[in-house]
Design a protein around this ligand. Structure first.
Ligand code: TRP
Length: 333
């Protein structure tokens, strides 16, 4: 039995993933590798829709790849590759641009949010057509499932609409992909602002636990996490967001239930809670950081793994693009 295809993408926009990325998405991608023929793409073409420093982009692309491999994306099972290595992404994006309505693209809420922040003259046309490039990323690989966060739901709907439109105009070409919205079973909040999701755009860097943080840095951040003054170790997101976040992080990292963890700490203070959480997080993340550092110390080997992923991805991407060009009526060389 051949496994169904799966595709997802991540931005190379930070030097390190954070604990929210890791628990919210990456651990689920790792699990899905066994049931799907998975393609995981590091979207550098998307990254330049906002301005990037070239040497940072190059570093962050390799660092992102290293962290995914270190956390369990297995290059012998899944294709892990860099978007700009596969010319078909930009080529299919052009075709899809030509079947997308201007009004349809204008309704994308992520563009509206991002462009409002920067002002219309600071937003590139690339940022406007970002979701169409994303649709190309997906449709090239004929995936049944696209695991993404809730914030990507609208882009997935656009992708399905474009695939359906192309298929009905030109004949069946694309699989219609399903959004596999990752359940936020383990919602991780900012340590300094525990009512906001952990996010790389956090106000205060102390609010984020990064995969690449040294153990002492992780311990320090967790020990200075915001709590409250009643001193009780109890899970209650409304009344006690800081303490509940720490309990939630422990439970997500270790698999131990909230009830069993909180009862094991009865009679103890927040100091003991924080020590337990810091130890658990370090135990989970430190092997990943060390493995990622090893990979980064040997960029030739890392690039070889990415080239291997690209070779696998390129086969199916070229096949889909060639079918699209044929169907459009392009004279083929
Ligand atoms: N837009 C996605 C994000 O910000 C990243 C992405 C690009 C992606 N292409 C994709 C996700 C294709 C899934 C499939 O998270």
């Amino acid at each position: 039995m051949t496994k169904p295809n799966l595709l997802s993408g991540m931005q190379p926009s930070a030097a390190s993933l954070h604990l929210g990325n890791y628990l919210g998405a990456l651990t689920q991608w790792v699990k899905m590798q066994d049931d799907f023929n998975a393609y995981y793409v590091i979207v550098d073409l998307h990254a330049i829709t906002v301005s990037q420093d070239p040497s940072e982009l190059r570093q962050n692309t390799r660092r992102t790849a290293a962290q995914y491999i270190a956390a369990g994306i297995d290059p012998s099972k899944s294709a892990l590759f860099v978007q700009s290595h596969i010319p078909a992404h930009a080529q299919l994006a052009w075709v899809l641009n030509c079947i997308t309505g201007f009004g349809e693209a204008s309704r994308m809420t992520q563009f509206k949010d991002k462009s409002q922040k920067g002002g219309a003259d600071n937003s590139s046309v690339g940022l406007f057509t970002y979701p169409i490039l994303q649709a190309a990323d997906i449709l090239l690989y004929q995936p049944k499932a696209v695991p993404v966060g809730e914030d990507q739901r609208q882009h997935l709907e656009l992708t399905r609409d474009l695939a359906t439109r192309f298929n009905s105009r030109f004949g069946k070409t694309f699989e219609i992909p399903e959004a596999h919205i990752l359940k936020e079973t383990a919602k991780i909040y900012d340590l300094q602002e525990p009512t906001a999701k952990m996010s790389k755009s956090a106000q205060d860097p102390k609010g984020l636990v990064n995969l690449m943080d040294e153990p002492s840095v992780i311990a320090k951040k967790i020990k200075s996490a915001v709590t409250d003054t009643d001193g009780e170790i109890r899970f209650d997101r409304e009344a006690k967001p800081g303490v509940s976040n720490l309990i939630g992080i422990y439970s997500a990292v270790t698999g131990e239930s909230v009830e069993s963890f909180t009862s094991s700490l009865q009679g103890q203070g927040y100091g003991a809670l924080k020590t337990a959480v810091a130890d658990a997080v370090v135990a989970e993340l430190d092997p990943i950081r060390l493995r990622a550092q090893e990979l980064l110390a040997d960029p030739a080997e890392l690039d070889r793994l990415l080239a291997q992923g690209a070779a696998k991805a390129n086969q199916i991407a070229e096949r889909t693009l060639s079918d699209v060009y044929d169907k459009l009526g392009f004279v083929r060389p």
